[in-house]
Design a protein around this ligand. Structure first.
Ligand code: SF4
Length: 291
């Protein structure tokens, strides 16, 4: 029996028998495990980040570029032993880190697995930010880097695009817990992150005001050296065609406004992208590679 309240959806159902909002049962389900070169430079480095993409998701973002695995839950069920083997294989391939992509709905299972096997390279928790503080506390000392989205501040916007009216109230509490756990950012001599927190914000078309509000919150609540990743790579996917405002790429003018605002607030550690990076080419192929 595995009664699940791992994420803010608090389904309170037995995931051994049925699935909750995240759409996957208690067993690990994974769609791809491979070196990935398109994360932030301090994560991907020269050799690549050892990504493990988990199937299912507790958020319901209408524009999700990984829809096939998040909403349709494509993937293969694997044992804990196999997951540990996958971590070791990625380490042997030279991965700078083990990057758990969209792991939230497996947080309890992963806290137990990481207790059994902690990789020799940093563990990255690559999340949409919709996390329970209680679940995060179980990861304290097991996760080295939190790579988290803060997607929106407005309740109406998060409800419309992710089906989660309470997204920001939940995510802002979660990010404070992440920061408490990792403390100051640590990089090696090559600029690869060893420990720390990165706040990602995917700039959505027609929603520059959300980017401003996210940056206002980060500035007011997190240390001055907080790493901010302002992503311009949005490309309409999945159900975005049903939402006219977001059914296009962002414009150069929109992205420039966001960058100008980051400069005005004095962010010194901000990653920015070329607007050309908004292409489906950057979406990994979910073909069970490395599983
Ligand atoms: S992890 Fe899945 S089953 Fe558990 S509370 Fe969240 S959405 Fe529900």
């Amino acid at each position: 029996m595995f009664v699940c309240n791992s994420c803010p959806r608090k389904c309170n159902i037995d995931r051994e028998i049925v699935t909750g909002v995240c759409g996957v049962n208690a067993a690990y389900k994974v769609a791809r495990a491979a070196l990935h070169h398109w994360e932030e430079p301090c994560i991907s480095g020269e050799r690549g980040s050892g990504t493990v993409f988990f199937s299912g998701c507790s958020l319901k973002c209408v524009f999700c570029q990984n829809f096939e695995i998040s909403r349709n839950a494509f993937g293969k069920e694997i044992s804990e032993e196999r997951l540990i083997e996958i971590f070791k294989e990625l380490e042997n391939q030279g991965a700078h880190n083990i990057n758990l992509v969209n792991p939230t709905h497996y947080s309890l299972q992963l806290s137990e697995t990481l207790e059994k096997y902690k990789p020799s390279v940093p563990v990255v928790w690559n999340t949409g930010g919709y996390e329970n503080v209680g679940s995060l506390k179980k990861l304290d000392g097991l996760v080295d880097i939190y790579l988290t989205d803060i997607k929106y501040v407005s309740e109406s916007v998060s409800k419309k695009y992710s089906g989660a009216e309470n997204y920001f109230s939940v995510a802002s509490e979660a990010v404070l817990e992440m920061q408490r756990q990792v403390g100051e950012n640590v990089f090696d001599e090559d600029g690869i992150m060893k420990r720390g927190l990165i706040i990602r914000h995917l700039v959505l078309p027609g929603n520059v005001s959300q980017a401003f509000k996210v940056m206002d919150w980060v500035k007011a609540n997190l240390p001055d050296d907080t790493v901010l990743s302002l992503m311009s790579q949005y490309t309409p996917c999945s159900k975005a065609s049903e939402y006219p405002t977001i059914n296009r790429k962002i414009s150069q003018r929109e992205y420039d406004l966001v960058i100008d605002y980051a400069e005005k607030l004095g962010f010194e550690n901000a990653f920015i992208q070329e607007i050309e990076s908004s292409s489906e080419e950057f979406i990994p192929e979910f073909d069970l590679s490395g599983i």
